[in-house]
Design a protein around this ligand. Structure first.
Ligand SMILES: C[C@H](O)[C@H](O)CC(=O)C(=O)O
Ligand code: MG
Length: 392
């Protein structure tokens, strides 16, 4: 059989949860006074949606082959992402063989270098890349993790991100990552409240359960160092994304400052092998956390992960649902995965990209076998209304 070629690329947008997991209704833990780089402005402190965290919405990329199979992927990027895919990236994909993902990636990246490199262009490239892997899996009738070299363990184990690590422990997760609520602008009282919450959680979960703080780019080196030193008493396992993503120098300093044994993690807002090279070569962190839908997709993550391995760093992707699961199961330096608790009160397990995907797997007792269905093994939920803003 000759190799199918790609006939159509289509880009859609959709609102309400999905890959833009910050696009939630009011009252959700994920938008409850979480410290951000905008927290220095009191008017933007209570809700991240007030400064537009959910402006983008979800991007859905669909890629059809001459054999009739359709691959798809979801990421963040909405309207702007859809424009980039339809008006620019599609030309590098349509007409190509479904197998030639490396070449398509290289052309998408180099063809957009004059305005791309990071951010939403990389979200869009990631969306196309993941749809290509899904398509190849469907053409080959294999799950993506087989195409990546196969599983190195039987199942995944997860930590949970959310407001209730104590409940996550009861649900079988290996750890719980809390959002940090108060940034430097809230002074000593805010720092005290951050430590009180951690102390309360430590008391609820006992000594052995992992507890981490996600600081979402909100701190400076001095505050992060003080937080880390004071949090050692409560067994903080890692301090995540404490500083803005471009402050590689600050991360290197923070890593030298934190108590011995405490890990520094970051990278969810970083992209490509070149961005992660900075983090790794400058000694910024112990664990890198690329988001598979933002860092350049699976094709780029393979390179990022090899680089991390050579620097003795772990790769624990940020969120990313099935795109993370199919990757993590194939890598020795990715020993566990993140699960973002998308239930508004973080009190039960719901699929991370709820309600956009059907068959999206979830951890049971903190564990999961990666499904063997072709591609990434998920379907678009027909109840979610897609819009194609730049139809060609
Ligand atoms: C909870 C964090 O502020 C953010 O919404 C998610 C994140 O950074 C993570 O899961 O990691
Ligand atoms: Mg994070």
């Amino acid at each position: 059989m000759s190799t199918p070629t790609i006939t159509h690329v289509r880009a859609f947008t959709v609102r309400g949860g999905g890959a833009d997991y910050h696009d939630q209704d009011h009252g959700h833990w994920i938008d409850d006074h979480i410290a951000t780089p905008m927290s220095k402005y009191p008017e933007y402190r209570q809700s991240r949606q007030t400064f537009g965290l959910n402006v983008l919405g979800t991007l859905v990329v669909e890629i059809e082959a001459s054999s009739g199979e359709v691959g798809f992927a979801v990421t963040t990027g909405g309207d702007i992402g859809a424009w980039i895919v339809e008006k620019h990236l599609a030309r590098f994909v349509e007409g190509q063989k479904v197998t030639d993902i490396e070449k398509m990636w290289d052309q998408m990246f180099n063809g957009s270098l004059f305005y791309g490199r990071k951010g939403i262009v990389l979200n869009a490239i990631s969306g196309v890349d993941l749809a290509l892997w899904d398509l190849l899996g469907k053409v080959r009738q294999e799950p993506v993790y087989h195409l990546l070299g196969g599983a190195v363990r039987d199942e995944l184990q997860f930590y949970a991100t959310g407001a209730r690590p104590d409940l996550a422990q009861q649900m079988g997760f290996i750890g719980g990552k809390l959002p940090l609520h108060h940034g430097p602008a809230e002074g000593e009282e805010g720092l005290r409240k951050n430590l009180e919450l951690l102390a309360d959680m430590r008391q609820r979960v006992g000594d052995d359960f992992w507890l981490m703080y996600d600081c979402w780019m909100s701190l400076d080196v001095n505050y992060a160092t003080r937080l880390a030193q004071k949090a050692q008493e409560f067994g903080l396992k890692w301090i995540e994304e404490a500083l803005p993503p471009d402050d590689y120098w600050g991360y290197a300093e923070l890593r030298r400052n934190v108590p011995k044994g405490m890990l520094v993690t970051t990278g969810e807002h970083e992209a490509t092998r070149w961005g992660f090279r900075m983090l790794l070569e400058m000694g910024c962190c112990d664990i890198i956390q690329p988001d598979v839908g933002w860092c350049g997709g699976i094709t780029e993550l393979i390179k990022i992960s090899a680089l991390a391995d050579a620097h003795n760093a772990l790769v624990v992707p940020h969120g990313s649902s099935v795109y993370s699961y199919h990757f993590v199961i194939t890598r020795h330096n990715s020993p566990f995965a993140e699960f973002l608790m998308m239930a508004p009160q973080a009190d039960k397990v719901v699929p991370m990209f709820n309600p956009l995907l059907l068959d999206e797997p979830v951890p049971v007792n903190g564990r999961m076998k990666v499904p063997d269905r072709p591609g990434f093994g998920v379907r678009l939920n027909p109840d979610c209304a897609l819009t194609r803003p730049y139809s060609r």
